[in-house]
Design a protein around this ligand. Structure first.
Ligand SMILES: [Zn+2]
Length: 59
């Protein structure tokens, strides 16, 4: 019998992202499900793809 892993059972809906806010440089937290990130300081919401593009452009 196949073993199923429920990813959502273990995953915290908020994951500390390894990115800084594009606005204020604060910590970004990732919504794992919505593919969004939110800043803990200014509460700005970003699309994850937006953050990825930005961080690649700066490397
Ligand atoms: Zn911010």
């Amino acid at each position: 019998m196949a073993e199923f892993k429920n990813l959502y059972a273990q995953a915290n809906p908020f994951v500390r992202a390894h990115f800084d806010c594009l606005n204020c440089g604060g910590k970004l937290w990732e919504y794992a499900i919505q593919d969004r990130m939110v800043c803990e300081d200014c509460r700005e919401l970003f699309d994850s793809s937006e953050i990825f593009d930005e961080s690649i452009a700066h490397e």
